[in-house]
Ligand binder design. Structure first.
Ligand SMILES: NC(=O)c1ccc[n+]([C@@H]2O[C@H](COP(=O)([O-])OP(=O)(O)OC[C@H]3O[C@@H](n4cnc5c(N)ncnc54)[C@H](O)[C@@H]3O)[C@@H](O)[C@H]2O)c1
Length: 327
């Protein structure tokens, strides 16, 4: 089986590529390297842009693709509120170019990177897949819109999709070869590790007056290797003629920002400086997944998403690669 992975040079994509290879899938990555790293890619890499339809077509013309995993997107919620066109274009038009090419070459299976950001401020916790969809950023809206587009491409052309709604991706490969290297970085764990490594003077926490146990935001942290295994389960499900479906991918419980920072201090052995800043717009108090559906239908179980494994794997990678992939 040959799988095309768009955005496979990025953080979650590169970890999923390694997992696919371990399961003996043949893998091809298509990435424009705007945010990805060629050093992270352990399979053939085609450097190209999904916004350029001819470049997408060339891939399908040259390769017999059996299924697609679509990670490529812009994912900075804050930036999406100052530059909405950038997000609607890349997260919708680029995806449409992919889908149109799939129609032309009769590729019928796609796994899509969706997000818990489609729920906005959830009314009930843990969040089920049926929770009302009220994104509070253009980023979240663009992902919700693409889920709807996928469903029309199923109804009209029979392309089956699985939308995986990730909660907070984190951690690094347990073998230590690849990890998280975003530029700009906005995620709490890699940012705190830069402080622990002395690359930043202090860590600024976005508010401590949320309605949570210690006043800081609570999130559901899911190890990137567990996300990778969810993609494999999703592909296997589609190849067994599974109908289009959507799943939360999270652990079902949350950690507060303060808990994360304390564990990083403990594991790194560095008591770095934390200051309290203003709230960041668009942050719900707490969000964590009801993951019963993916467990039941795909038979997926998180294996590496305890806080110790998350922080240790991330710390090992950041300590060994303090400049990320640009050593
Ligand atoms: N990181 C998280 O916590 C998280 C949570 C929920 C959803 N997601 C989604 O998961 C996916 C992967 O996230 P990530 O953290 O690995 O991001 P990432 O930025 O590391 O990876 C995205 C990759 O897509 C590539 N790309 C972007 N636009 C492209 C285009 N037009 N053509 C070709 N390549 C393009 C980038 O170069 C990058 O390598 C994204 O769709 C994101 O929205 C991430």
């Amino acid at each position: 089986m040959k799988i095309l992975v768009t955005g496979g040079a990025g953080y979650i994509g590169s970890h999923t590529v390694e997992a696919l290879q371990k399961k003996n899938f043949e893998v091809l990555v298509f990435d424009n390297l705007v945010y990805g790293h060629k050093e992270a890619v352990s399979c053939p890499l085609i450097t190209g842009d999904l916004l350029k339809k001819k470049e997408v077509e060339a891939v399908f013309k040259k390769n017999r693709i059996d299924g697609v995993v679509h990670f490529a997107a812009y994912a900075l919620a804050g930036e999406s509120m100052t530059n909405p066109a950038k997000y609607f274009e890349n997260n919708l038009q680029a995806g449409l170019n992919l889908l149109e090419t799939m129609v032309k070459y009769e590729v019928k299976q796609i796994v899509f990177s969706s997000t818990c950001a489609i729920y906005g401020y959830p009314e009930k916790l843990p969040v089920t897949e049926e929770e009302e969809k009220k994104p509070v950023s253009v980023y979240g809206e663009s992902k919700l819109m693409f889920e709807k587009i996928l469903n029309w491409y199923d109804r009209i052309f029979g392309i089956k999709n699985v939308c995986l709604r990730y909660f907070n991706a984190c951690g690094a490969s347990l073998e230590g070869k690849i990890g998280e290297d975003h530029e700009p970085e906005t995620h709490i764990i890699p940012l705190a590790m830069k402080v622990a490594l002395g690359q930043r003077e202090k860590f600024t926490l976005f508010g401590e007056d949320y309605r949570t146990k210690d006043g800081t935001c609570v999130r559901d942290y899911i190890h990137v290797s567990d996300l990778a295994s969810a993609h494999i389960k999703a592909l296997e499900y589609l190849f067994k003629n599974g109908e289009s479906n959507f799943f939360n991918v999270g652990t079902g419980s949350g950690y507060s920002n303060k808990e994360i920072l304390e564990r990083i201090k403990k594991i790194s052995g560095v008591d770095f400086k934390v200051e309290i800043g203003a709230r960041r717009p668009g942050d719900p108090d707490a969000i964590y997944a009801d993951n019963r559906k993916i467990k039941k239908i795909l038979g997926w179980e998180p294996q590496f998403s305890d806080l110790e494994t998350i922080i240790k794997s991330a710390w090992n990678w950041h300590r060994a690669n303090p400049q990320g992939f640009n050593q």
